[in-house]
Design a protein around this ligand. Sequence first.
Ligand code: PHE
Length: 344
Amino acid sequence: MAIKEQLLQIKEEAKVAIENTSSMHELNDVKATFLGKKSAFNDIMKSMKDLSKEERPIVGKETNLAKRDIQLWIDEKRQTLHDLEVKKQIEEETVDVTMPGKVFHVGTTHLLTQITDEIEDVFIGMGYEVMEGPEIEIDEYNFEKLNLPKNHPARDMQDTFYIDDTLLLRTHTSPVQVRTMLDKGGKEPVKIICPGKVYRRDEDDATHSHQFMQIEGLVVDKDTTMADLKGTLLMIAREMFGQDRDIRLRPSYFPFTEPSVEVDVSCHNCNGKGCHICKHTGWIEVLGAGMVHNNVLEASGYDSSIYQGFAFGVGVERIAMLKYKINDIRQFYTNDIRFNRQFK
Ligand code: PHE
């Protein structure tokens, strides 16, 4: 076969082979076959030595032209394959914005946590520290150092889960105040709030729970007065129930404070006119408070002739129930998602 025809045939074969490829990989194989070291062109080059002087440059030129054409077709095909790949990728990654979406259920913080956080924020803003302590306490911190020696009748005010003679489930967060005062060694002023869970041996019903949340506050310094207490209480009342609220203090009794007061807030529902929420009195009792008893200061290392203090305690559930007109305390603990979701 004449070399010219041979070249034409190779070109034709290459053209078909290139057209038939469907991937870069196949295309590379075809390139190796037709333009590689062992290609038919090499055989032709080797046979050149048998040609005449005149024929040699012609055949050489024809061979190079054929190789160039093949290379061109390969380049074209490479571009085509590349374009196809990109198109395929775009199609695969396309998002159909008309498809119905997935709904992600995002949880919410529990209402009690929300109220605790709000109250904490207010006090942190006034320079208070937030202190926490253990829920299993020793009798000494929960009662004795709070002017409630063993067998004191006032222990009946807080029916207690005793674990043994010295251990119990704390009935209030006051032991955190004792711990803090002891830590400060009777020297530094104290300005803390203590949020947390507390326990009492109550039968659970709509208004009682054997476990509930409390926030107590304690300020001890050299010139702390009842006026400071009153101002602080008025501020919390307004933060919790709105800026129009008023408070009134009624004398009361707690073993750890003297004098002790019960704090009423003017009713946020009727503005003091009288409604079912305030039992038609215009006032709602929400806090217990007082000036820290000298015995309590002394028991935790503070000289009561130099230091005075005030303290207050509030039930978080009670605030939540009043604010959101919740009529059963058990709703906070049964984790009915429909209840929790209302307070997003
Ligand atoms: N510790 C009291 C209670 O749980 C609340 C309280 C705190 C009262 C501080 C007065 C002063 O009942």
